[in-house]
Design a protein around this ligand. Structure first.
Ligand code: ATP
Ligand code: MG
Length: 462
């Protein structure tokens, strides 16, 4: 195998050549460059890997005389022996033609319409082939940095392939004969476990800087290496991530951190200096404080464990972890200026910092509000005596706040014995809790004492 740098060059050349050939062919009268077609006998992708619903859609389109392919992540994952869960269909049928074939179909998207065909809870997405962004007489608009802001021209499969991001995401599975169509060398890159951008890496990242995050996400999930050509372009274009609308980054945040590969994604984001663009306040602190970095890693590992064992996860928890250190610092500052409780100061600081974070990543309020509550409850775990401490068990955010506290304890940032106390009391009866929190005894004792001291009052109804 050639050295990595040379390999990168060769890859780049291969794709550039294929694209050049495509453009050349398309500008003349000859047909566009043909794909490498891998017949069923020569690949390992079996129909068993695809959902019944996806197959139904594919077959119906095919029978109606349209081209009908599975494309993208599902083909890639099936080839890797992972079990794909969502299915993207690509066809030359227009959205209206797709709708005419399926009664359970809804068209979504205003500029570029997609068909969603619904089977119970499963949705199969059907997209009409789109033309490449660099096509001549097109309707693509770019902003000054080269970012695509409009992308709505139908095309052929030969055009559709060039607007996809990575070679591993550009394989088409043809339902007509179960072959795989490979225009970009994707099969080889999957075999070599390489993330390679289709076309000129710099141009493709400028068109859509989110592709940098996607590269990292796929590298983490698939255990692939990001190709040197892509790494180099990422180094150059990383500031462009700032141009991406905050709303889009929240979706990407969820995919990066709630798919079971959060820890690895985090390490790769740091390695490529992208984490600082997403969570600047967090990045500042983890670079200064190893204990906080250990806490963040523990939270990510824990999230991955939960996802993989099908336990529920909520983005508010990780966001709370990412903001914890900046929040505690700001809270301390607030307390030094004004008299307020620790909880109050944490709540105020969390409000301020989640506001700042939302300008970068549009985290919906339904996550930031409970996150603030979860953080503001933390000081209350230090108190284990009395009614107020007991009442914490009933708080609607107790569960999340408790998990958060346990995580702090697991990395030595909260007292281990106190943490165990809170674990224990959850399984206790009301009576036992009374003893644990020294509530019942105190109450009765006080009453008895009172009665003894003022016997006349004890008779009055209360
Ligand atoms: P997964 O579903 O595991 O996240 P995926 O590859 O299916 O991976 P999707 O976001 O579902 O990712 O996108 C489906 C396909 O659409 C991709 O495989 C790729 O071909 C194309 N695609 C998605 N996002 C982009 C993008 N930002 N730029 C270019 N092509 C994209
Ligand atoms: Mg997908």
């Amino acid at each position: 195998m050639p050295a990595p740098a040379l390999r990168g060059l060769l890859l780049y050349e291969r794709i550039a050549n294929a694209q050049a050939e495509f453009r050349l062919n398309n500008s003349g009268t000859t047909k566009p460059s043909p794909p490498k077609i891998i017949p069923r006998a020569d690949h390992t992708v079996s129909r068993d890997e695809f959902s019944k619903s996806a197959l139904k859609v594919l077959y119906r389109l095919h029978k109606a005389g349209y081209q009908s392919f599975l494309v993208g992540g599902c083909v890639r994952d099936a080839m890797l022996g992972l079990h794909p869960k969502d299915f993207d269909v690509a066809t030359n049928a227009t959205p209206d033609e797709v709708r005419a074939l399926f009664s359970n179909c809804r068209l979504i998207g205003r500029r570029f319409r997609l068909a969603h065909v619904r089977f119970g809870r499963e949705i199969v997405e059907v997209a009409t082939f789109r033309a490449a962004a660099n096509h001549a007489d097109d309707d693509h608009a770019h902003d000054e940095a080269g970012r695509i802001v409009r992308d709505n021209v139908y095309g052929s499969i030969e055009e559709d392939v060039w607007r996809r991001d990575f070679t591993c995401n550009s394989l088409y599975y043809n339902i007509a004969d179960f072959s795989i169509w490979d225009f970009t060398g994707g099969v080889e890159d999957i075999r070599e476990r390489h993330i390679v951008l289709i076309g000129d890496p710099d141009k493709r990242l400028r068109e859509d800087p989110v592709r940098m995050l996607r590269a990292v996400r796929f590298a983490a999930k698939l255990d692939f290496t990001i190709d040197d050509t892509v790494v180099e372009a990422m180094r150059q274009d990383r500031p462009l991530l700032a141009n991406v609308p905050a709303a889009r980054l929240f979706d990407e945040f969820l995919k990066m951190f709630q798919s079971g590969y959060a820890e690895k994604t985090f390490e790769l984001l740091r390695e490529h200096d992208l984490f600082s663009l997403l969570f600047p306040a967090t990045d500042d602190e983890i670079n200064k404080d190893d204990a906080y970095l250990a806490f963040v890693r523990a939270a990510l590992r824990n999230t991955d464990k939960r996802v993989r064992s099908n336990q529920s996860v909520t983005p508010m928890f990780l966001i709370g972890v990412f903001l914890w250190k900046p929040v505690t610092k700001l809270a301390a500052k607030l307390r030094s200026k004004e008299k307020m409780s620790e909880s109050q100061s944490l709540s105020l600081a969390a409000y301020e910092l989640s506001g700042q974070q939302q300008r970068r990543i549009a985290i919906p309020r339904r996550f930031t509000v409970p996150m603030r509550e979860m953080l503001a409850l933390q000081p209350r775990f230090a108190h284990t005596r009395g009614k107020r401490a007991l009442k914490l068990l009933q708080h609607r955010r107790f569960r999340a706040a408790y998990d958060f506290m346990m995580l702090l304890a697991s990395v030595g940032q909260f007292d281990e014995d106190t943490a165990q106390f809170w674990t224990r009391v959850q399984n206790e009866s009301a009576e036992q809790r009374g003893v644990s929190f020294q509530v019942t005894a105190t109450k009765k004792g006080r009453r008895r004492r009172r009665r003894r001291r003022r016997p006349s009052q004890a008779k009055s109804p209360s």
